[in-house]
Write a protein that binds this ligand. Structure first.
Ligand code: ZN
Length: 109
């Protein structure tokens, strides 16, 4: 699945090929989003944090800020999203008859 990242202001929007949008607006979700889109080191590699809590190496604030910088620099870029990676609940296979899976939020259009 190809998704487009857009970064209007204090939130990030993923748009898939069907035009469905998923909005990430909670800063605690930034590290995971950045990592899922390919940022190296978004989350400390020690395995003791998911980026939302401090570990003994890095603070959550640091991880969130670096992830936000990385994401903002990539406004408008396309990413190949691996279905089933870390967002199985968001990027499942398209459901039949064009219905939008519940986790997607459609805005605008
Ligand atoms: Zn660590």
């Amino acid at each position: 699945m190809i998704v487009t990242l857009s970064a209007p202001w204090t939130l990030y929007v993923l748009t898939n090929e069907s035009g469905q949008e998923y909005v990430v607006h909670t800063d605690y979700d930034y590290p995971r989003l950045a990592e899922d889109l390919g940022m190296v080191g978004a989350v400390c590699g020690c395995g003791l944090t998911d980026g939302t809590v401090d570990c003994e190496h890095r603070t959550a604030t640091d991880m969130i800020e670096r992830a936000a910088c990385w994401l903002s620099e990539r406004d408008g870029e396309l990413f190949s999203f691996q279905t089933g990676d870390d967002y199985p609940e968001l990027f499942t296979d398209p459901t039949p008859s064009g219905t939008i899976p519940a986790p997607f939020q459609t805005i605008g259009v």
